[in-house]
Write a protein that binds this ligand. Structure first.
Ligand SMILES: C[S@@+](CC[C@H](N)C(=O)[O-])C[C@H]1O[C@@H](n2cnc3c(N)ncnc32)[C@H](O)[C@@H]1O
Length: 328
């Protein structure tokens, strides 16, 4: 069980009434808190939880439209996302009901607890398993936040990119992505997937430069997909967005998969998604289709790609990043 869930279980008497669990891990916590309901924005966690707790998991960027007697936020990585979640969660609570924040010390729970003070006096309730549990009781009714108030925009060529709180490289172009964008040559016709699209920068630029392509933009994070949809809309671009986990959920018959793939998820490092992408991408491509990606040079992706495709070329190397290309 996730250590943050273990800390909550030490105080189980606090969660006997209907409790909203925000950003909960994919573990058995809902078995121990049967009056609980989960809100997740990750397609992978919510899929696992849906299987065990159907009807109890809400997937999306906004809180479920219900009123709760208590709520627990599992601290996310981003400070801006914490601010958004605090307001969105406080708005679901009945007056004078408690809002809890739980998180690992290494994820910055001490710092994040200061963000609670916007809603009242923050009290530390427990510290165990390298985690802390904090509580605040908002004294007045809180209005739900507008996601657009938590957006940042930047420009890449003629495209306006919008990213919402918590999305990769929020408000600025990542240097790895920038390198990839400088090598957008030989873009084929047909179906192109921007895997792990974040705010939609790669797929949107391809669609703008090659309007005849059929672009898909996939991400596991609902805030990323909401950002991508905003980016597409703002630039009058038409493409298909997919809120889904991993390459196995991607379309087939693709002429290209292009990506700056993930290697961090939340506060944990996660290579699994990318390893699966590198080994399975070939099954989603047409003959002659290409996998093109940018990655930190220290990541040992080339042998994995060669194993799967029988070839792998380094198209460029700069500032600690490499661009790989493999053809089916
Ligand atoms: C390095 S970021 C790149 C974002 C964007 N393409 C860019 O270049 O700015 C990787 C993205 O992969 C997404 N991601 C992580 N795990 C995933 C998974 N299992 N399936 C799909 N996308 C995933 C993350 O949410 C993140 O947006």
């Amino acid at each position: 069980m996730d250590p943050r869930s273990e800390v909550l279980l030490r105080q189980i008497e606090l969660f006997t009434d209907n409790t909203l669990l925000v950003g909960l891990p994919a573990d058995e916590l809902l078995t121990m808190i049967p009056t609980g309901k989960g809100w997740s924005w990750f397609a992978d966690d919510s899929q696992i939880l849906q299987q065990c707790y159907p009807e109890k998991i809400h997937l999306g960027t906004t809180a479920p439209c219900e009123v709760f007697s208590a709520a627990v936020i599992f601290l996310p990585k981003s400070k801006e996302l914490t601010d958004y979640l605090l307001q969105a969660t406080a708005a679901t609570l009945k007056t004078n009901c408690p809002l809890y924040l739980v998180g690992e010390k290494k994820a910055g729970i001490e710092r994040a607890a200061k963000q609670l003070t916007t809603y009242g006096k923050a009290i530390k309730l427990d510290s165990a398993r390298h985690c802390q549990l904090w509580k605040v009781t908002p004294q007045e009714a809180i209005l739900p936040p507008k996601l657009s108030d938590f957006a940042q925009t930047y420009h890449v060529d003629e495209i306006n990119i919008t990213s919402f709180a918590g999305v990769f490289s929020h408000g600025k172009l990542d240097i790895g992505t920038n390198l990839l964008l400088q090598h957008l040559t030989n873009i084929p016709q047909g179906k192109i997937l921007d895997f792990g699209c974040g705010a939609g920068v790669i797929g949107s630029l391809i669609k703008q430069q090659h309007p005849k392509t059929c672009v898909y933009l996939q991400d596991v994070d609902a805030f990323a997909i909401a950002s991508t949809e905003q980016t597409l809309q703002q630039n009058q671009l038409e493409a298909t967005t997919l809120l889904a986990d991993g390459i196995n959920a991607a379309p087939t018959e693709l002429s290209m998969i292009i990506t700056n793939p993930p290697f961090h998820q939340g506060v944990k490092t996660n290579y699994e998604t990318t390893e699966q992408l590198l080994t399975q991408a070939v099954y989603h491509l047409i003959k002659g289709g290409e996998l093109r990606l940018v990655a930190n040079s220290f990541l040992k992706y080339q042998p994995i790609i060669e194993q799967a495709f029988g070839n792998c070329q380094v198209l460029a190397e700069k500032n600690g990043f490499k661009i790989y290309s493999a053809i089916k």
